[in-house]
Design a protein around this ligand. Structure first.
Ligand SMILES: [Zn+2]
Length: 452
């Protein structure tokens, strides 16, 4: 039997085991003694370790932060880092998110693609290689974390208490592979003086501000001019009401991840543009439009950078008011070759502007492995050999994966280019033939890494 046939033969057992993980609602919950991320993240880890044990692997639970299954001997460790926590299921499902449901050639369920499915796929890749009797001159360790979605404290704990892995991958991104992840820069913008009475919009800094409510004194602009200016923006909808000497503007844009802000429509940005256009003369509105704006490229504050791997993205996620001052969170994804010094030099002249200020809150390093590095070569080679896809190239993304938390690894699968698996959304799914093929790809990848 060849590998494909062996995987096919095991497929029922594989999906049964995956269903055992999917049934846990393992989102971050209240901390319990010995369970840093709550009851269900610990329960799903224990279930996954039981599955690994029943397949004959040595297993270790690291204080319910994460655990691992291991095979082989040697000084070096090939690490495969997946996660068992999930983002909340949310509304809008057509199936039970915690009961894996087969429809056509798909299985639906929270975590089927992100990331319980890839954890099981990697585990079976290890089992099948071991059963083939492959020589294991290195240890192969499948790390299973319980806090990837909300801060990766699981891997910080791993780094504290365990041996570092030598090289490997995290099956929590895209095929062919992700050889670069942009750096991250966080800033806060604040008003100096403003006539705006109240403003609030957005919930998280790492998403586009998709709703915004603004209150200004009446008499500064006409309602008609404001409505006309709002109609000229790409907002999905808006409402303007006047009451007790105040005008309230409700603006509805489109949400998107902060790493791809141009896929969204920023409700705060559109409101600011419309206010200025309608003739609302305000120092902060002018500051916002000049230095934050809606271009999402940092050009208003000295941060327009790009390199051959991508351009800088700039996103205002939350806007609010505190002690009479407006604040805006800014989430910036920085091209992999741009340095901290370049960023600080770029923003310097804009830190203290007429209508507002910027404060840099933190700058995180990018991740980058050249395309011809042994790691990228081993993984990309495994993908092209098994899938036959030579059209798609290794990619650079603006998001962050475990690759930023663990040395020597990059993201590798499972998502294929051009498919929306609805991760973090209702109706998340995996595609069965593709999933089974990913096991074969991971086998080849481990084999290649053993040779480095
Ligand atoms: Zn994930």
């Amino acid at each position: 039997m060849n590998r494909k046939e062996k995987i096919q033969e095991l497929s029922e057992e594989i999906f049964e085991n995956l269903a055992r993980l999917v049934k846990h609602d393992s989102k971050l919950s209240e901390e319990k003694p010995g369970k840093p991320f709550g009851e269900e993240p610990a329960a799903v880890l224990s279930e996954a370790l039981q599955i690994a044990e029943s397949l004959g692997f040595k297993t270790v639970n690291l204080d319910n932060y994460c655990g691992y299954a291991e095979m082989g001997e040697g000084r070096d460790i090939i690490g495969i880092a997946g996660h068992l926590d999930i983002v909340p299921a949310g509304d809008g499902w057509h199936t039970d998110p915690f009961a894996m449901t087969k429809i056509g050639d798909r299985y639906y369920g929270r975590g089927t693609t992100d990331d319980k499915g890839p954890v099981i796929a990697s585990l079976y890749a290890m089992k099948l290689l071991r059963d083939e009797g492959i020589s294991l001159n290195k240890r192969v360790r499948l790390l299973m974390g319980c806090n990837e979605e909300t801060g990766s404290r699981c891997m910080a704990h791993y780094n504290e208490v365990e041996e570092p892995i030598t090289l490997g991958f995290t099956p929590d991104g895209n095929f062919p592979c992700i050889y670069g992840e942009k750096g991250h820069m966080g800033m806060v913008a604040e008003s100096k003086q403003t006539k705006i009475l109240d403003i609030r919009g957005g919930f998280v800094s790492n998403a586009v501000c998709h709703q915004c409510e603004t209150v200004i004194p009446a008499g500064e602009v006409t309602e008609d001019a404001l409505k006309k200016a709002l109609a000229d923006t790409p907002l999905q909808s808006f409402r303007v009401t006047e009451e007790n000497g105040k005008i309230t503007i409700f603006a509805e844009g489109v949400a998107a991840h902060a790493s791809t802000p141009l896929l969204g429509i920023n409700a705060a940005g559109c409101t600011m543009e419309a206010l200025e256009k309608a003739g609302f003369d305000d120092a902060f509105v002018h500051f916002y439009n000049s230095h934050i704006g809606t271009k999402c490229d940092g050009s208003g504050c000295g941060l327009k950078f790009e390199d051959e791997y991508g351009n800088l993205t700039f996103n205002n996620g939350i806007i609010g008011m505190k002690d009479g001052k407006i604040f805006c969170t800014i989430d910036i994804r920085v091209p992999v070759t741009v340095t901290k010094e370049q960023l600080l030099q770029g923003i310097e002249p804009y830190l203290d502007c007429d209508g507002g200020t910027f404060t840099v809150r933190g700058i995180g390093d990018p991740l980058f492995y050249p395309k011809d590095s042994p790691l990228v070569d081993a993984l990309y080679g495994a993908y092209t050999e098994i899938s036959g896809d030579t059209e798609h190239e290794p990619m650079v993304i603006g998001g962050g994966t475990y690759a930023k938390s663990l040395p020597g690894i990059i993201a590798f699968g499972p998502e294929k280019p051009d498919t929306d698996y609805r991760i973090h959304n209702a109706d998340e799914f995996l595609i069965i033939p593709e999933y089974l093929q990913s096991i074969e790809i991971y086998m080849k990848a481990i084999e290649n890494l053993l040779k480095i």
